[in-house]
Write a protein that binds this ligand. Structure first.
Ligand SMILES: Cc1ncc(COP(=O)(O)O)c(C=O)c1O
Length: 409
């Protein structure tokens, strides 16, 4: 067996995407002891950076080790006690994932659904919150399975009025679509690195409001072996049930990231380096500029696929900036065309799940690949592949339409 030497690829699917080389470089740095002052300073800096990414003053802003799903599970298992009522608005695959995880927490889960390709109107959400009276509303912002971006600006107020906390899965949208933790009244948000943040998967940034922290602290249980005398006292005052997961127990993880530096888990230091670099690059660019960059290149890809004569799936008024779903033309095998993109051009585009399986491709323009050359190369390659499969395409229509978007911008 030889060393790892991956083929050159341009990852233009719905994530993961090609990692920013600066993030890869940061991840090749040597390890330092977990509680070395250099390392704990790095953790503090990482919290400072992610507060800017999430647009929040939340003290509790840190990383959960694991892929984005670890962040989601940490949030839900730490917030939900068995029997708690939860409302999950489902508009794609990841709404089903929130439902599934909340059910595993023993919560009483209520869902509302719209067809894939649509989002909820604010009045529909408000009616559901009033009817269900949940203690938590859990919702996805950008669902890559449908490419839709749920408007959330009113939901925090609605939840606050009804006494519910609001959890948002911003894995696929953060850094490429507007997201305002504090201004929108979001209590807990989680994300991942592998989409608009330009990193690999394996670390889940999270932020928690003081109200969410209070709810979680009430369930705090420090494990035996690292528990101290004061913890025994806290144990007696614990109001809620013990959090069902040890690894994803946010009460303990907050103590690990906080001044106490509780020895909970061994830090995934290489992921921490990568996550810090992702946030540092985003903050250096400016979060608004990064969102505008995603909007510009996403628009170019949208007009480009239309220029090729392809039909775009879903309500484009509510599309995420960073991914577009296109109907696979009649007579073209979706998988064979994706294979041709990969074999002949080294470009990966995405397949789809559930009701869209075999019907649409998903093409991403995010993170390091939200770039003009990546967009134009993908459109040029797609034209050739479609032509090879006998699909009617407008010669030069994709690249031409995208270049017009860039010229206007
Ligand atoms: C909106 C959303 N939530 C959650 C996930 C799950 O993330 P991971 O595969 O990193 O656990 C994804 C991954 O694509 C996603 O797009």
């Amino acid at each position: 067996m030889g060393p790892i030497d991956p083929p050159a690829r341009l990852l233009m699917g719905p994530g993961p995407i090609t990692v920013d080389p600066r993030v890869l470089r940061a991840m090749s740095a040597q390890l330092v002891g977990q509680f070395d002052p250099w390392m704990t300073d790095l953790m503090t800096e990482t919290s400072v950076l992610y507060r800017q990414v999430f647009r929040t003053a939340n003290e509790q802003t840190f990383l959960v080790d694991g892929t984005s799903r670890a962040g989601i599970e940490a949030a839900l298992v730490s917030l939900l006690e068995p029997g708690d009522r939860v409302l999950v608005p489902v508009f794609g695959r990841f709404g089903h994932l929130l439902t599934e995880i909340a059910e595993r927490c023993g919560a009483e889960v209520h869902t509302i659904e719209v067809p894939w390709g649509e989002v909820f109107a604010p009045e529909v959400l408000e009616d559901a919150v009033r009817r269900v009276r949940p203690s938590l509303v859990a919702v996805v912002q950008g669902d890559t399975s449908t490419t839709m971006c749920q408007p959330l600006a009113d939901l925090g107020r609605i939840c606050r009025d009804q006494g519910a906390l609001l959890y948002v899965d911003a894995t696929a949208s953060l850094g490429g679509n507007p997201f305002e933790t504090d201004a929108w009244g979001v209590d807990v948000a989680t994300a991942g690195l592998q989409k608009c943040l330009g990193g690999p998967s394996g670390s889940a940034p999270i932020t928690l409001s003081p109200l969410a922290v209070e709810a979680i602290e009430a369930r705090k249980h420090i494990e035996a072996g690292i528990r101290e005398a004061a913890d025994e006292h806290d144990e007696g005052r614990r109001r809620g049930t013990r959090i069902a997961s040890n690894y994803l127990d946010l009460a303990q993880i907050m103590d690990y990231w906080g001044p106490r530096r509780l020895n909970h888990h061994t830090e995934a230091s290489t992921m921490l380096y990568g996550a810090r670099e992702c946030a540092r690059l985003l903050v250096e660019e400016g979060v608004d500029n990064a969102v505008a960059r995603h909007a510009r290149h996403g628009r170019a890809m949208l007009e480009g696929v239309r220029g090729l004569g392809l039909e775009v799936f879903g309500d484009t008024a509510h599309k995420m900036t960073n991914v577009v779903a296109v109907h696979i033309p009649d007579g073209v095998s979706g998988d064979a065309a994706r294979a041709a993109m990969l074999d002949d051009f080294g470009i990966e585009i995405g397949t789809s799940f559930g009701p869209l399986h075999g019907k649409v491709w998903r093409i991403g323009t995010m993170g390091y690949n939200a770039r003009k050359d990546a967009v134009l190369t993908t459109l040029a390659a797609l034209e050739q592949v479609l032509r090879g499969f006998g699909a009617p395409v407008t010669a030069g229509g994709g690249v031409g339409a995208a270049r017009e978007v860039y010229a206007d911008a």
